[in-house]
Design a binder for this molecule. Sequence first.
Ligand code: KG4
Ligand code: ZN
Length: 338
Amino acid sequence: MLVLGIETSCDETAAAIVDGEGNVLSNEIYSQLTEHSEFGGVVPEIASRAHIIKIETIIEEALLKANKKLSEIDAIAVTSGPGLIGGVIVGLMTAKGIAASLNKPLICINHLEGHALTCRFTDKCEYPFLLLLASGGHCQFLLVESLAKYKLLGETHDDAIGEAFDKVAKMLDLGYPGGPAVEREALKGNENAFNFPKPFVGREGCDFSLSGLKTAVLRELEKTKPEEVKNILPDICASFQRTVAEIILDRSNNAIAEAKKHLPNVNQFVLSGGVAANKYIGGRLKGFLDDRNFKFYCPPLKLCTDNAAMIAYVGVERLKAGMIDNLNVEPKARWGLS
Ligand code: KG4
Ligand code: ZN
């Protein structure tokens, strides 16, 4: 079994080939960093145009790297939401065209399901598991019981964790995407230099709020003379990152309790989405979960951020379960997983 995966929901144009055992035969990504960098964030119209220009080449490269022909593919899996609608349309229309011309099944994938199931092919993680999906656009705890059986336990009331990193990076002129830049600066700083607020910590449930933390960083910067910002930048980044980690640990504690109410034996925790690339947060979570006898999974860096291998892989699971779609599926800007 061979599945072609296509991902175009944000600023990565990506295609991948995954086989029936979950082996990634190729995983090609074109990141539109240069297109968006001068704007400090993703510009939807520019993203759509860049996807149109790149998509064919990326699919050809994925086939070439996997040493496969299009005619050998058994199904086409594509992100059909949620995301920037222009980009989703480019990927979905391309996938429909290929599926129609080859007369092969089309499998429409929720982008979040790609992040959710990445640990299944990277670490052979079995169902069920508790998932913290933390990316630039999403921040939620999900109980993943089995394929297509997801229960939302909690989510952010305002910013996503990656978004908070991006906004703080923007305030500090660190460029986009902000997460890696903040993490790099934090390595040089004192994580206890600033005592930022931890919204929602101590509160019931496992929802998040991050906008107050972001505002606190802004207030600290407003108090600082412009010529001195450079000197406190590493301390700000380290303190911000520590605060985010402590918010995540508090919320995870409640999410575990919530998950156990539904599935008393659940003992696996997965961190997925772009924020899973953060070594400091991963390290703090690992220690916390070891103490609670939870096994911790965090996909490798390259598969934490947006890619098409995760989409192709969900395609493999869905194809095996006979879950295929017809050609009139519509692209969705918003689409919850549970
Ligand atoms: O999953 P992803 O590639 O795209 C979305 O679906 O959003 O996640 C991108 C997000 C960005 O907000 C980026 O700043 C964040 O993940 N990110 C990080 C790190 N690397 C990427 N956040 C914190 N630390 C990192 N090392
Ligand atoms: Zn993503």
